[in-house]
Write a protein that binds this ligand. Structure first.
Ligand code: ZN
Length: 247
């Protein structure tokens, strides 16, 4: 499985906003500027077949109109969007706000398959089994993490989340875990390095990647655990069962 960290920062970070691309075809989160960033990195946007949105904060979904416009312009016939009910309900409005004059022309040629995310539901998509995990992110409703499995391995993605039993569930069930580590000390909004260290110690056989890093996190001072990886923007990893190798 290929995991590309397009962005690894939070909204205020110099790093690009957190989002990943899995096997070139599944984009998890669509932060502002992701379409341009992908183009700048020489990525063929037509390869994207599905977009999963973790939650409804601007730094996780606001490039959806740009991406849809791009895909429509490239004559991509269809795309899957998996998101919470509210975002899907408001998708048309979002497109209309973004492109009041041409949103119908953009939407007309492309078929968008919407899937409303439910808690602990399995979705089969593009040779992947995707499980939606409800997570707690402050007081925001309907936030999700994901477990993605294919015939090679399994990865977990927390999205923005505090440390709860649902995060434990992701850790137990995945070989590779990508976790929110916005803060030094975790709280109700986000996990922190203290939570990450606990997880690294508790699951020494699993590889933990941290993302959504804020300026508060000095990566040079992060404790060294053999199973802890701090990816940089645009870093690509190829993972197989329990091994990960840098491209
Ligand atoms: Zn958030």
């Amino acid at each position: 499985m290929k995991i590309q960290f397009i962005g690894t920062g939070n909204m205020d970070s110099e790093r690009f906003n957190a989002c990943i691309l899995v096997n070139d075809c599944i984009l998890i989160d669509a932060p502002p500027g992701v379409g341009k960033t992908l183009l700048k990195n020489g990525f063929d946007i037509r390869k994207i077949k599905a977009i999963l949105i973790t939650h409804q904060h601007i730094d996780h979904y606001f490039d959806l109109p740009i991406l849809i416009r791009e895909l429509s312009n490239c004559h991509v016939p269809e795309i899957h969007i998996l998101a919470n009910q509210s975002l899907i309900d408001n998708f048309q409005t979002l497109m209309k706000l973004a492109f009041p004059d041409v949103y119908q022309e953009i939407l007309q040629p492309i078929q968008i398959h919407f899937t409303v995310l439910k808690e602990y539901e399995n979705y089969s998509l593009l040779n992947f089994h995707i499980l939606s995990i409800p997570v707690i992110h402050g007081n925001l409703d309907s936030c999700f993490g994901f477990i993605l499995k294919n015939n090679e391995t399994s990865i977990g993605y927390s999205g923005d989340a505090s440390y709860t039993k649902e995060i434990e569930y992701i850790c137990k069930n995945c070989n590779f875990i990508i976790l929110d580590s916005t803060k030094s000390i975790g709280d109700r909004d986000h996990m922190g390095l203290n939570n990450i260290y606990d997880i690294c110690k508790k699951y020494p056989q699993k590889t933990v990647f941290i993302t959504h890093l804020s300026e508060q996190i000095n990566t040079k001072k992060v404790k060294k655990y053999i199973n802890l990886i701090i990816p940089t923007d645009n870093k690509l990893y190829k993972i197989k069962k329990n091994k990960e190798s840098l491209f």
